[in-house]
Design a protein around this ligand. Sequence first.
Ligand code: GLC
Ligand code: MG
Length: 266
Amino acid sequence: MKQFLFITDLDDTLVPQNPAMAVDNDPAMVKLNQRLERHRQQHATKIVYSTGRSLFLYQELHKKQKERQKELLQPDILICAVGTEIYSYKDKDKLTLNSKWSDHLSEAWDRELVEKISAAFTKLKLQPESEQRPLKVSYLLEEKFAEQIVPELKHSLLEQKLDIQVIYSGGKDLDILPRKANKGMAMTFVRENLEIDVAQTVACGDSGNDIALFADREEKGIIVGNAKKELLDWHNANLNPNRHLAKAKFAAGIEEGLEYFGFLEG
Ligand code: GLC
Ligand code: MG
């Protein structure tokens, strides 16, 4: 067994959002955390959480898990806001934003114009203030409108020569990000900085904003058994031997995938 880079989404991948399901998932999550922590200590394996949440909402989840006595691990690196913010622990508990990454994304990003154009789409409802980030504009959009609105919105933004991408996740969340930013590109940045090989890298997810972790990639991918339709549809249309669709859900699905690829012994 040797070092690997482990990257996982949080909501509905490692931790179910539904409280009853979270309780069911607890034993699997505790076991997975123990195995990962042991691997980190023995083989310098790196643990990265990559979430759509802002740092504020990440800390809320962290607090909630602590209160439930089902703590998350302290990740080596934390990627927030759908790949647009990368934090690391400089001092023991102090998170520091990687400004090299933010500066790179800020080039050619015009947040005001993105908001102005999107405001014309009345079906889009702004998400809470905490989720509006310097490099991310986020809305709620009902699934029944998505098929029509997402392409129209993309078209309007691109028509203005904006260098952006639109990501629809979980049948409700719509994020507009710089084209150079997503979970996949943030993974590459982190992996290269840590100098870990693609073959020793594995990413886990459940929904639309995780597609970038899996698309055209040599890294290994794990899709948990409870994945959302948009990710499953994409997976079935783009099968790849480097990607494992787990039978098990949530943390147990992650563990199944890690064993499948031989990162953790069965
Ligand atoms: C998280 C974020 C939200 C985002 C969603 C999908 O829920 O809080 O802002 O839209 O992930 O990426
Ligand atoms: Mg998720």
